[in-house]
Design a protein around this ligand. Structure first.
Ligand SMILES: Nc1ncnc2c1ncn2[C@@H]1O[C@H](COP(=O)(O)OP(=O)(O)O)[C@@H](O)[C@H]1O
Ligand SMILES: [Mg+2]
Length: 204
């Protein structure tokens, strides 16, 4: 088990690695990352093609992103964790409350019309809302793994729906990104993500 993870379910990764047990028994870190990358690229194309006015960007959709992207590789694709989890000093939502906390977040998102109505509203307002929900989902950290990538894909589908390109994170370093995630989880401060998103939002 990699030291940065504190999992109750410590048989989730191959011993001594951060590679999740997978359907092909792949234990090569580079290979697994390459496969994950390809699966995500395929999923972007599929979900982009499927996106219509009728698409409901709700919890099922969010879970489905994870499930359909990774079901060929991982048994737990689309499944929420039920054990406690932390990274570094950040403690994510307790395992026992992941289901109910997720419901709450997505009820709020529904009241916000799944952020489907920002095409003609100020970018600043949109970035603020996106950052708020990004922080909520970051603190929830509902899946065993791949939360970062799936959450980014979820918000990318939302911004694409509103006439933007996928959010551009290329100008920030991984450390800047993680620092913003830490601010979210430990200090409920979403301004870091708000700035990143504002800079990364570009109209098509
Ligand atoms: N120390 C931390 N504090 C808070 N959030 C963190 C920390 N480290 C990572 N994260 C968040 O967790 C995400 C990584 O979660 P993970 O499930 O491993 O997803 P992925 O494998 O797609 O990167 C990061 O993108 C970030 O949002
Ligand atoms: Mg990861």
């Amino acid at each position: 088990m990699a030291s940065k993870y504190q999992l109750k379910n410590n048989s989730f990764y191959y011993e001594g690695t951060d590679i999740p047990k997978n359907k092909f028994d792949i234990r090569d870190s580079e290979l697994i990352h390459e496969i994950e990358k390809e699966l995500i690229e395929d999923a972007y194309n599929i979900f982009y093609e499927e996106l219509t006015d009728k698409t409901i960007l709700d919890e099922n959709y969010f879970k489905d992103l994870h499930k359909r992207t990774f079901v060929s590789l991982y048994d737990w694709a689309g499944v929420y964790r039920d054990f406690n989890m932390a990274k570094g000093e950040s403690i994510f939502c307790q395992g026992a409350f992941v289901e109910s906390s997720s419901k709450k977040i997505f009820e709020e998102l529904k009241e916000d019309n799944y952020l489907k109505n920002f095409e003609n509203r100020p970018k600043e307002e949109f970035a603020k809302k996106l950052a708020y929900y990004k922080c909520e989902l970051n603190a929830l950290h509902p899946f065993y793994e791949l939360n970062g990538r799936i959450t980014r894909m979820f918000f990318d589908m939302i911004v694409i729906f509103n006439g933007y390109k996928p959010i551009d994170y290329s100008t920030i370093t991984p450390k800047q990104y993680i620092d913003c995630a830490i601010d979210c989880v430990q200090y409920a401060d979403e301004t870091g993500f708000e700035n990143i998103i504002l800079n990364g939002l570009i109209k098509i």
